[in-house]
Design a protein around this ligand. Structure first.
Ligand code: TXA
Ligand code: MG
Length: 318
């Protein structure tokens, strides 16, 4: 497949949106920017197009896809019931990096939901993403734009490397601003369960909702978010998390002895770490690093999402 690659600018903004919308409408695949990471999108109501997403990414078929909307009314096309609590959260956090799980409507193909009776939906903040969804006239099903198992795409160069020849159009709008995937939540019995931590943190959710918020860590809840069971976000190099400078020194000496090329990643703050982590993992891979060492951060606020991705990437197997 021939992939067209465009760099988005103020000048071509509307033209590119119209072109991308047309591709989505006729069953093609488009890589488009969101504020979290890039998405690999297709029309939610075109089963053949959605199947192509799984193929392009090499994604396991039981890993469900998030659907992106531009207006609240589109949620009603997808979700059976919207509870009062969900409505409140939507009012406070949409558009934004928060994905909610609903009971799906019959018309939503179970290919999108990986066979689950539920559907994940979010309204992105990125103005281009919302314009594209509006123009396409349908909600857009879009997982992160990367080959399955690799860090999500947050930069044009990395999107091209993973998806050239596999999609119709790649829209490069510069680096993603959040850099980590959205927070995925499910509300149940007056409680909020975080299935995947993200930039909308436990603390932020608690403060806004005044409800108890839990991380869904147990096996039963993880089955509810199948994607989280796979090895994920991983560079080709081996990733190791270190706790202290002393530990780092020791580890570096060992690798030096073994003649392994080790690189250390450090960040000034959590926001910059979230924004640049995937970009840096990929760049170090390309520069031939065999080991990537990243300093652990404390598991509070945005630190929870960062450590979640790091720990998954450091795992050897699923
Ligand atoms: O920020 C994001 O969420 C990005 C951008 C493109 O919006 N998308 C993204 O999609 O990260 P993806 O496919 O890489 O991750 C989707 C996550 C997976 O962990 C999946 O298991 C979970 O959402 N998910 C999707 N549908 C679900 C459902 N019905 N129930 C529970 N979890 C679901
Ligand atoms: Mg993904």
């Amino acid at each position: 497949m021939k992939t067209e690659i465009v760099r988005l600018s103020k000048k071509n903004w509307e033209k590119v949106a119209a072109k991308a919308a047309e591709i989505i409408r006729r069953g093609g695949l488009v890589v488009f920017p969101t504020e979290t990471v890039y998405g690999l999108g297709a029309s939610v109501f075109d089963e053949r197009a959605v199947k192509k997403i799984f193929k392009a990414k090499g994604r396991p078929s039981d890993n469900p896809i998030i659907v992106h909307i531009a207006r609240f009314s589109q949620l009603k096309e997808l979700a059976e019931k919207i509870s009062g609590i969900d409505k409140k959260l939507i009012k406070r956090f949409w558009p934004g990096p928060l994905t909610l799980i609903f009971k799906k409507r019959k018309r939503v193909s179970s290919i999108i939901t990986g066979g689950l009776p539920s559907i994940a939906v979010r309204m992105p903040t990125h103005p281009f993403a919302r314009n594209l969804i509006r123009k396409a006239g349908v909600p857009i099903a879009a997982p992160s734009a990367n080959i399955s198992g690799r860090p999500s795409g947050t930069l044009g160069r990395h999107l091209r490397q993973d998806l050239s020849g596999r999609v119709d159009l790649i829209i490069d709008a510069g680096p993603s601003s959040v850099g980590l995937e959205s927070t995925v939540i499910k509300t149940e019995g007056g409680k909020i369960f975080i299935l995947r931590p993200g930039a909308v943190t436990k603390e932020i959710l608690e403060k806004a909702s005044k409800l108890p918020v839990f991380f869904a860590k147990d096996k039963k809840k993880l089955q509810v978010s199948p994607g989280t069971k796979y090895r994920h976000y991983a560079p080709k190099a081996k990733l190791e998390i270190f706790e202290s400078e002393k530990e780092l020194k020791k580890t570096l000496q060992t690798f030096k002895k073994r003649k392994k090329k080790a690189k250390v990643l450090r960040y000034k703050n959590l926001k910059l770490m979230s924004k640049n982590l995937y970009r840096d993992l990929r760049s170090l891979d390309q520069r031939g690093a065999q080991i990537i060492l990243v300093k652990a951060v404390s598991k509070a606020g945005l630190g929870v999402a960062i450590m979640d991705r790091l720990e998954r990437a450091a795992r050897d197997t699923i």
